[in-house]
Design a protein around this ligand. Structure first.
Ligand SMILES: [Zn+2]
Length: 269
């Protein structure tokens, strides 16, 4: 795998399909590691062509939300096997400076050996369900349990946010295979994921809790406005009814009281 460890977008996989006319279409899954929306990608598509490795220029508008997966669809000549992408420029929605890459920053990282079934179960019990490999440390980079290589000076994984030192000490194969996992009364292992912090927050961007709080305030304010409106309408209706009663009484002539015939009774004897 060749990768620029500082690129804010990473390739997570791809699928290839071939139509009746032999044209290859690649569906490339990418992940926006940054806290900013990406609107354009420029770089190169590399793949195995009929005459060895081949490259094509890549320049595509995208709508990649912060910390989310997105997909690119590419039409390729040949089989498209061995596909990988390198980026030279990323444009963000917020209009701030583009990210500029350079081929000289690409480094080759060997594929990480996949743990066997038992090892993977133990690793997932310790590190979390997204763990795919034991961590590795070299001078230039470290590979997280989620499979993401990171520059060694980076103390948190760019993909999952786990802490470098915690991962390297607690999730080594020796440590994981020695550690006795906690079990429920029924014997199932209790997962003890390393605490992955929330994704990095871009300056000026609200955290999920702040967004929830703002939504709550908006809903409360709307409820108050509705209640006040209903109260005002009810008061106006009452006032209108009272006024109608007053007017009705004012225009109706006073009812004359018929004379009452008083019969004089005969006194008792
Ligand atoms: Zn990670």
């Amino acid at each position: 795998m060749r990768i620029d460890l500082h690129c804010p977008v990473e390739t997570r996989g791809y699928e290839l399909t071939r139509d009746d006319r032999g044209k290859t279409r690649a569906y490339v899954r990418l992940f926006n590691l940054s806290g900013r929306r990406v609107r354009r990608l420029e770089g190169q598509v590399h793949f195995e062509g009929p005459e060895g490795e081949q490259s094509l220029p890549l320049a595509q508008d995208v709508d990649a939300a912060p910390r989310q997966m997105f997909t690119l669809t590419l039409a390729l000549p040949g089989s498209g096997e061995g596909l990988w992408l390198s980026f030279t420029k990323l444009r963000f929605e917020d209009g701030r400076a583009d990210w500029i890459g350079h081929p000289s920053r690409l480094i080759q990282i060997p594929d990480m050996p996949a743990p066997d079934g038992r090892e993977l179960n133990r690793l997932m019990a310790v590190a979390g369900r997204d763990a795919v490999c034991f961590p590795r440390r070299t001078g230039a980079y470290w590979v997280c349990v989620c499979g993401r290589p990171n520059a060694y000076r980076r103390q948190r994984c760019a993909r999952c946010g786990r802490q470098r030192d915690q991962v390297l000490t607690r999730c080594s194969m020796a440590q994981v295979m020695e550690e006795q996992p906690l079990r429920t009364p029924s014997g199932d292992a209790i997962e003890l994921p390393l605490m992955a912090p929330p994704p990095a927050q871009a300056p000026g961007e609200d955290s999920p809790i702040q967004r929830l709080h703002r939504r709550f305030l908006r809903q409360r304010s709307m409820l108050l406005r509705r209640t006040l409106t209903m109260l005002v309408i009810a008061l106006l209706l009452l006032l209108a009814a009272w006024l109608a009663g007053v007017v009705r009484q004012a225009v109706q002539p006073p009812q004359s009281i018929p004379p009452v015939k008083i019969e004089q009774g005969q006194g008792a004897v």
